[in-house]
Design a protein around this ligand. Structure first.
Ligand SMILES: Nc1ncnc2c1ncn2[C@@H]1O[C@H](COP(=O)(O)OP(=O)(O)O)[C@@H](O)[C@H]1O
Ligand SMILES: [Mg+2]
Length: 247
């Protein structure tokens, strides 16, 4: 993706039933950069993701991509509830993501090979014929990641994808996400309420206030590190403080 592909929000607001949810957001998402988004519960994080996914329409303001109106055509979405359909096997679920976007009936040989590699990388090969009810939370989330990485995207949106997983599975998936991202760098917006996760995954950390305003954007000096470094731990404390302080 070229740097001219940045996604820009100017004065974006979203009001629901006359209640302002998001207020005058000004934000530039640089190409191929990982952002984590933190903020108190109810701050409007999911609403922002839904606006960028094209599932909600902003009330005012503008969103552009490379200075053109933003269309949300090539978006990968990883919701907290995995977003899998009970009647689709793992393989079908990922295949469908490709076929629907590309408006094809069948995969090309090249696409088949790409998916084969993707299933390998995500440890899903042995699970291809499984339906969601047979999968653990961690396995379901790996399928959701496979769907997100099956095609190149302009934007990846992840809504607390690992929040429901146990600590060990969560750590594995965090590193799997980083590995997949390195292979296919994509502008990503990753919501989390876990400050350690925010610091591990986000090159930039966006902080929303309780009232849906952008409080600050922090460049993250400790990205991809999980060392028990005192400076890193202090930074995590600083983020916790940023959430507690009033807007
Ligand atoms: N469809 C909706 N109906 C009613 N209220 C909504 C709806 N969507 C969002 N809200 C309200 O908008 C605010 C922000 O919600 P949300 O974006 O889910 O926050 P977050 O993800 O940061 O916890 C909350 O106060 C929520 O109650
Ligand atoms: Mg939410």
């Amino acid at each position: 993706m070229s740097t001219s592909n940045k996604i820009q929000l100017k004065n974006v607001s979203y009001t629901y039933d006359q209640t302002p949810i998001l207020q005058n957001l000004n934000l530039e998402l640089a190409a191929d950069t990982r952002y984590t988004l933190i903020g108190p519960s109810g701050a409007g994080k999911t609403t922002l993701l839904n606006l960028l996914a094209g599932l909600l329409e902003k009330t005012s303001g503008s969103i552009t991509q490379a200075d053109q109106p933003y269309l949300a055509n090539k978006v990968g979405l990883v919701p907290q509830d995995y977003g899998l359909l009970p009647w689709q096997t793992v393989e079908k679920s990922v295949t469908a993501a490709v076929l629907i976007r590309q408006q094809q009936k069948h995969l090309t040989r090249e696409q088949q090979l790409k998916l084969q590699h993707l299933f390998e990388a995500l440890g899903l090969t042995a699970l291809k014929s499984y339906y969601p009810h047979k999968l653990s939370g961690g396995q379901k989330q790996r399928v959701a990641l496979a769907r997100a990485f099956a095609l190149p995207n302009d934007l990846l949106l992840l809504d607390e994808p690992f929040a429901a997983l146990d600590a060990l599975t969560r750590e594995k998936l965090q590193h799997l996400f980083l590995t997949m991202w390195q292979k296919q760098p994509t502008t990503s917006l990753f919501i989390t309420h876990d400050m350690t996760e925010a610091v591990l995954l986000g090159q930039q950390i966006l902080v929303l206030t309780r009232t849906g305003q952008l409080k600050t954007i922090l460049s993250n000096p400790f990205v991809e590190s999980s060392q028990p470094d005192p400076a890193r731990l202090a930074f995590i404390q600083q983020l916790k403080g940023a959430l507690r302080d009033g807007p």
